[in-house]
Design a protein around this ligand. Structure first.
Ligand SMILES: *Cc1c(COP(=O)(O)O)cnc(C)c1O
Length: 224
């Protein structure tokens, strides 16, 4: 399948989800997750009109960045080792996986301007998932005030790989509630306007529940 054709289907589904939820489609950004696919396929995604590209490993991001340059808006979506920060910091416009102070410290040190970060939250409590438990998030974001190069643009979560739509909805709703709590704090370092949630198998529900960035690999560019 061509990326363009996949994208048409996805646009339609996002539109439907937005309609159902009373949202505007232009509030929803698509991050094309290119981690499984070739540079050519990533190029095809750009030609189809996508502007956000996501990679989950530093070497993957570097390889694609070398080939495609700084025109795509790069998103680092995977768990980030502290020692890898310096490799990606001037390339990624967004980091979706801020989950500990040691990482914030390193980003703050290596960056030469404020970096748009999502705080990753483990809403399902699955042991295999990265991220803070919801109860820790507020205090964590308060602590981030010490690091001027960190801007918390939003929260990110990965839902479990399940088909139970109601359960998925509960997780996304929880992230939305948490976002509202953070916004209430009125912190300069945490406008928290974005929600990075929704992958190929659950993005429609995520959009219904308020996602502003969906991260799509398989359904959009395929698995390579
Ligand atoms: C791989 C990945 C995605 C995309 O997953 P698909 O199910 O292929 O759409 C989204 N987010 C993260 C963090 C990923 O690692």
């Amino acid at each position: 399948m061509k990326v363009k054709d996949n994208l048409a289907v996805i646009h339609e589904k996002i539109e439907k989800a937005c309609l159902k939820a009373g949202r505007k489609t232009d509030e929803v950004n698509i991050v094309a997750v290119t981690k499984y696919v070739s540079i050519d396929r990533a190029k095809e995604a750009l030609q189809a009109g996508l502007v956000h590209l996501g990679e989950n490993r530093d070497d993957g991001l570097l390889r694609k960045y070398e080939a495609l340059g700084e025109e795509p808006i790069w998103h680092f979506i995977g768990s980030l080792q502290t020692r890898k920060v310096k490799q990606i910091i001037h390339k990624a416009a967004y980091i979706h996986s801020l989950d500990r102070i040691s990482l914030a410290k390193e980003i703050n040190k290596r960056a030469n301007k404020p970096v748009k970060c999502f705080v990753q939250v483990n809403v399902s409590g699955e042991a295999s998932k990265h991220g803070l438990v919801p109860e820790e998030v507020e205090d964590f974001i308060q602590q981030l005030q010490a690091y001027p190069n960190i801007v918390v643009v939003g929260l990110m979560t990965m839902a479990p790989h399940i088909h139970d739509q109601d359960a998925l909805r509960t997780y996304f709703r929880k992230l939305k509630e948490l976002q509202l709590d953070i916004q209430q704090l009125g912190l300069d370092n945490a406008p928290c306007r974005e929600l990075s949630m929704g992958m190929s198998n659950d993005y429609e529900i995520a959009v219904e529940e308020g996602a502003t960035f969906v991260r799509l690999g398989t359904s959009l560019v395929g698995e390579g």
